[in-house]
Design a protein around this ligand. Structure first.
Ligand code: C5P
Length: 236
């Protein structure tokens, strides 16, 4: 059943899904790789669409697959599909310009975080609604982290207590994200990095183990198990 998004919602979610997925091994664009028999992108969009505040979803698809992605997502939720770019940042920028007037909170997600719960979408949006300009979900770093030279010699041990692993969706006041993308120069791996460069304060909320990024074959195997523990949400 196609999920109806909330016409009174104040949140647009951008889902960059145009990456090649080289680290996952051969097999086509990562967002279209299968998990539990369905593409990662379908899992991701289904969970985003189940978040009650979501007004609009814009997916940046691999340029050669935009029609296929439209067909794939039509039964899941009413989404806008645009062609992605050569970098994640370009894909996000392409999706951002497709957001209609209305939503003043923009979340930027990764299709590769396919099992992210709708509750995390809501908690990031709620933090922006409560007044933050930019919000990221984070997890504590559990491993000891060391700085290592190119030839494999330890240079030092980093204070782990101050480190966080950063997830998506990252949330922004619309004008803040638009300004950051308008002035972006070097491609960065996340959108909070862009707004940090603008001097904007970025707040943190608790992330989710289910929002871990699926990058390598091991991550996909792990996600198959997590899918059993976190079955798909019912459409709203
Ligand atoms: O490569 P990485 O795992 O960091 O990609 C994170 C997300 O950005 C993925 O969902 C991927 O599909 C997306 N991406 C994109 N356009 C690119 C590269 C990555 O939309 N050119």
């Amino acid at each position: 059943m196609t999920a109806q998004l909330n016409p009174r919602g104040d949140v647009a979610v951008l889902v960059p899904a145009a990456g090649a997925g080289v680290r996952l091994g051969p097999g086509g664009p990562k967002a279209l790789r299968r998990l539990g028999g369905e593409p990662l992108l379908v899992h991701a969009v289904r969970r985003v669409a189940a978040a009650p505040s979501v007004h609009t979803i814009v997916v940046a698809a691999p340029p050669a697959d935009t029609d296929a992605v439209r067909g794939l997502l039509a039964p899941i939720a009413a989404v806008t599909v645009v062609a992605g770019g050569a970098t994640r940042q370009e894909s996000v920028a392409a999706a951002l310009v497709a957001v209609p007037a209305g939503p003043e909170i923009i979340l930027v997600h990764d299709a590769a975080r396919a099992l992210t719960p709708a509750a995390l979408v809501e908690s990031v949006a709620a933090a922006v609604r409560a007044g933050a300009d930019a919000v990221i979900p984070v997890l504590q770093v559990v491993d000891t982290v060391k700085e290592v030279s190119a030839d494999g010699v330890v240079l030092g041990t980093v204070d782990r207590s101050a480190l966080r692993a950063v997830q998506t969706p990252q949330g922004f006041r619309r004008a803040v994200l638009a300004a950051a993308h308008a002035t972006a120069v070097d491609p960065l791996t996340d959108d909070a990095g862009l707004v940090e460069k603008q001097g904007v304060r970025v707040a943190c909320v608790a992330g989710s183990e289910y929002a871990r990024k699926i990058t390598r074959p091991f991550d996909l195997a792990l996600a198959e198990h997590l899918l059993i523990a976190a079955p798909a949400p019912e459409p709203p």
